[in-house]
Design a protein around this ligand. Structure first.
Ligand SMILES: Nc1ncnc2c1ncn2[C@@H]1O[C@H](COP(=O)(O)OP(=O)(O)OP(=O)(O)O)[C@@H](O)[C@H]1O
Ligand SMILES: Nc1nc2c(ncn2[C@@H]2O[C@H](COP(=O)(O)O)[C@@H](O)[C@H]2O)c(=O)[nH]1
Length: 210
């Protein structure tokens, strides 16, 4: 039996809609899934650890990695660079591990062009005022940064129709249940599909040796 590769899930949302919280809550229930740790030129927030939340790098370092083709996707978001390491992601998927990318719509487009089987999930806030309250109550960004992120929220949401699934994150537990259902259904589908392909291959090989 051939090895089953992992599923790749992209989760996007306007800043503060709750995508990181939802992914972390799902991973707490499924230790066999992982979230990709991006590189960023953004300064760490209080409590953020290098290599855990992000790989924090300088702009020159990030640009050198772009030039070396290290990123499967990268984008400038809210004035900082963010990118996904190609080799780390490929290695994790090859081990059969499902991976989440917490990335913006620009990165999602780049991934879809290269890996069309990727499953895209877009998280919507119940309203813009709730989004603003969440950014404020998170208590990690200045008023200026929150204003900048709010000004980009509608632009990010205008790309929601490029994704396979939409989840409105109003009640957190309900949204988590929806995310979990999508992920588990897709996982079962991929396992069945890969098993069918393997069965077909086995039959062809058996015939050719008859
Ligand atoms: N359903 C919910 N109800 C109330 N608060 C929520 C809900 N979902 C998330 N939050 C809170 O909203 C804040 C923003 O959530 P989170 O950091 O997960 O957003 P995000 O989409 O990952 O943002 P960013 O793109 O800026 O990283 C956090 O303080 C989180 O605890
Ligand atoms: N295209 C990419 N976007 C990314 C990546 N990592 C994070 N992000 C997105 O940036 C914003 C801001 O994140 P924050 O941690 O500063 O709040 C958010 O929309 C993330 O999804 C990436 O590797 N590529």
């Amino acid at each position: 039996m051939a090895e089953v590769t992992g599923n790749l899930f992209i989760v996007s949302a306007p800043s503060g809609a709750g995508k990181s919280s939802l992914i972390q809550a799902l991973l707490a229930q499924h230790a066999d899934m992982q979230v990709s740790v991006s590189h960023t030129t953004r300064a760490p927030r209080p409590g953020e650890q290098n290599g855990v939340h992000y790989h924090f790098v300088k702009v020159d370092d990030f640009k050198a990695r772009i030039a070396a083709g290290e990123f499967l996707e990268w984008a400038e978001v809210f004035g900082n660079y963010y990118g996904t390491s190609r080799t780390t992601l490929e290695h994790t998927l090859q081990q059969g591990i499902d991976v989440f990318l917490d990335i913006d719509w620009q990165g999602a487009r780049q991934i879809r062009q290269q890996l069309p089987d990727t499953i895209g999930i877009f998280i919507l806030p119940p309203s813009l005022s709730v989004l603003q309250q969440r950014l404020q109550s998170r208590g990690q960004d200045s008023a200026d940064i929150i204003a900048g992120r709010m000004s980009k929220a509608q632009d990010e949401m205008s790309h929601a129709d490029e994704y396979d699934y939409l989840i409105v994150n109003d009640d957190f537990q309900q949204a988590l249940l929806e995310l979990r259902s999508i992920v588990l259904c897709q996982r079962n589908r991929l396992i069945r599909q890969q098993q069918r392909q393997q069965d077909l291959l086995d039959q062809l090989l058996a015939k050719s040796t008859d």
